[in-house]
Design a protein around this ligand. Structure first.
Ligand SMILES: Cc1cc2nc3c(=O)[nH]c(=O)nc-3n(C[C@H](O)[C@H](O)[C@H](O)COP(=O)(O)OP(=O)(O)OC[C@H]3O[C@@H](n4cnc5c(N)ncnc54)[C@H](O)[C@@H]3O)c2cc1C
Length: 542
């Protein structure tokens, strides 16, 4: 089921439907939280409208570390319920969308045997909480294993190591898969449609007003329940309901930078100790290795594009040469960077690193159900919890979930990503590298993407031309940034394509969306400006 793009009649029809119908549940916010709520609500037979201010996943949900993980760190903080829930959710995400939950080993280097033992004790608890199978249980790596499997690790400093299992996703594509699944189950979803007013009648929220950012058309959407899933913007939406709503979030900025994989040819996801002893990840993915993340209070308020500062970059690059046998990295070697805001629940006196990643569901004075906090990994359970609160508003028992375990779009295969990539390579006569990239992003739908054009979009890159048509026709991309940043993810992982991508994408989108030459040039300029801004690391404003 395609998501509506402009200026196709589909988007106009979507606006008509939004205006005409009365929904059971209106969801504000198309990040992973809103997408999860929409899918869970549809699975229980509710009629859902999902409205996203900018693009699906354009907020925090395209800027994470992209791990489906229980968060071992939170175990040390004593947050057992959070760790148990998210550790258990990992297998469910894998079952729903194995292309978006790639099983990967995490390497934990240790400087002493005592340190290793301490870590393994924590891991044993983690694995019990997450009901991890024997095949996925952690194991030790001795010197011979390390020399063979991760030769770049500095064994003079880290003579011990163990590995444990986590899952690597693509956050924005996980959001899109959930939005599309909700639409397949009957939801009406629209991006680039900010909600700027709540309709409150007799003290009860009975709808929202939104504006189509592309056409300027305003719609009033009526609903029996309204959900605020606006992530870092939760407070702004709450103030549409109650202008005196108290502040409840502590926004924390997290930065990632990527370097060429050839510069740091590691094989496993590695956990590095930063100068302040915090753990940061080095995550090899395709042609890059990305490093993250920072965790610093962000006083600037909910900001769609928080800046990457020089000190963030220096902090992330510093531990690399301490951990691996390589020369120190320079900021000039970064090929991409992204920053996002964690919408954490505030606790007075605590720094971001000490704050729990749990979520909280509450009801406002006009009945709006708000979900704040949480993690990408727990989105499915968070969605189910919100829908249970929505049922209270509707004052009707929830129907049992239908086909809750049915795979998300692209996820209908046995979980063997390499085998899937092999099939795609054979069927579409593609290089192995291109096929693996497509398998990760599109799962079994990669074949349909290739049918729209399997030639490289940019010479020498693994991005294929059909991805642009697919993004517009099936995934609701409305502007070139939607395609470059959140559909193809070229902005993050494809240094080969990054420089030439903007014109290639915009010129292919132009006939599909009826753009004039001037509009096409504007789109090219917008992508190029955003790509450049991501790598123009700023001085600390303080
Ligand atoms: C650096 C970093 C690394 C992380 N790494 C991980 C990780 O590896 N694993 C993990 O599980 N979690 C991770 N997280 C946490 C996770 O990314 C977030 O918890 C999650 O993405 C939040 O999703 P959300 O949908 O609540 O918010 P968002 O993704 O920000 O979505 C909210 C949406 O609401 C929209 N919106 C706002 N106002 C309106 C309005 N008025 N009308 C309509 N729409 C509106 C916004 O445009 C936005 O798209 C990380 C977070 C950060 C910052």
């Amino acid at each position: 089921m395609p998501l509506p793009a402009l200026p196709t009649p589909l988007r106009d029809r979507t606006l008509d439907t939004l205006e005409r119908e009365r929904f059971d549940c209106i969801v504000i916010g198309g990040g992973i939280t809103g997408a999860g709520v929409a899918r869970e609500a549809c699975a229980r037979g509710l009629r859902v409208a999902l409205l996203e201010a900018r693009d699906f996943a354009s907020g925090t949900s395209s800027r994470s570390s992209k791990l489906i993980h229980g968060g071992l760190r939170y175990l040390a903080m004593g947050d057992i319920p959070l760790v148990r829930d998210t550790a258990l959710e990992r297998k469910r995400v894998f079952a729903l969308a194995p292309h978006l939950a790639e099983r990967r080993w995490m390497l934990v280097p240790a400087r002493s045997y005592a340190g290793l033992l301490k870590f393994r004790a924590g891991l044993a608890t983690y694995e019990t909480l997450g009901a991890v199978t024997d095949a996925d249980r952690h194991r030790n790596w001795d010197a011979a294993d390390l020399a063979r499997e991760e030769p770049l690790l500095r064994r003079d400093r880290f003579p011990y190591a163990c590995i444990y299992r986590e899952y690597l996703t693509d956050d924005a594509r996980l959001v899109l898969a959930n939005v599309r699944d909700a639409v397949r189950r009957g939801a009406i979803a629209l991006n680039h449609a900010p909600v700027d007013r709540l309709v409150i009648e007799n003290g009860v929220a009975t709808g929202v007003e939104a504006r189509c950012a592309a056409s300027g058309r305003r719609v009033r959407v009526r609903g029996r329940a309204v959900v605020n899933a606006a992530g870092p913007w939760v407070e702004a939406v709450s103030r549409l309901e109650d202008p005196s709503a108290p502040a409840r979030l502590h926004l924390s900025k997290g930065v990632h930078v990527a370097i060429l994989a050839a510069r740091l040819p590691i094989r496993q996801i590695a956990i590095l100790a930063a100068a302040d002893k915090r753990s940061i990840f080095a995550i090899p993915r395709g042609d890059v290795v990305y490093l993250g993340t920072t965790d610093t209070s962000y006083p600037g308020g909910a900001d769609p594009e928080p800046p990457v500062l020089r000190e963030d970059v220096a902090y992330l690059l510093e531990p690399v040469a301490r951990t691996f046998d390589t020369t120190p990295l320079s900021p000039r070697e970064c090929v991409s960077a992204w920053a996002g805001l964690r919408p954490l629940l505030a606790e007075p006196g605590k720094a971001p690193v000490e704050l729990s990643r749990r979520d909280e569901v509450s009801r406002g004075p006009a009945g709006v159900v708000t979900i704040a906090g949480g993690k990408l990994t727990g989105y499915r359970k968070m969605g189910a919890d919100v829908v249970a609160r929505v049922a209270e508003t509707l004052d009707a028992p929830l129907a049992p979930a239908v086909d809750e375990d049915a795979p998300l779009p692209g996820g209908d295969f046995d979980g063997d990503l390499d085998a899937l990539a092999g099939r795609i390579a054979r069927d579409a006569s593609l290089e192995a590298r291109t096929a693996l990239r497509l398998a990760r992003l599109y799962g079994v739908e990669a074949t349909e993407v290739c049918a729209l054009g399997r030639e490289p979009l940019v010479a020498g890159s693994a991005v294929v031309a059909g991805e642009v048509e697919w993004a517009v026709a099936v995934e609701g991309a409305l502007d070139a940034c939607d395609v470059v940043f959140r559909r193809t993810r070229v902005a993050l992982y494809d240094p080969d394509a990054r420089a030439a991508i903007a014109p290639a994408v915009a010129r292919r989108m132009a006939p599909l969306l009826g753009w004039s030459d001037a509009k096409t040039s504007e789109q090219i300029a917008a992508v190029e400006a955003r790509l450049a801004a991501d790598l123009s690391f700023q001085e600390d404003p303080a």
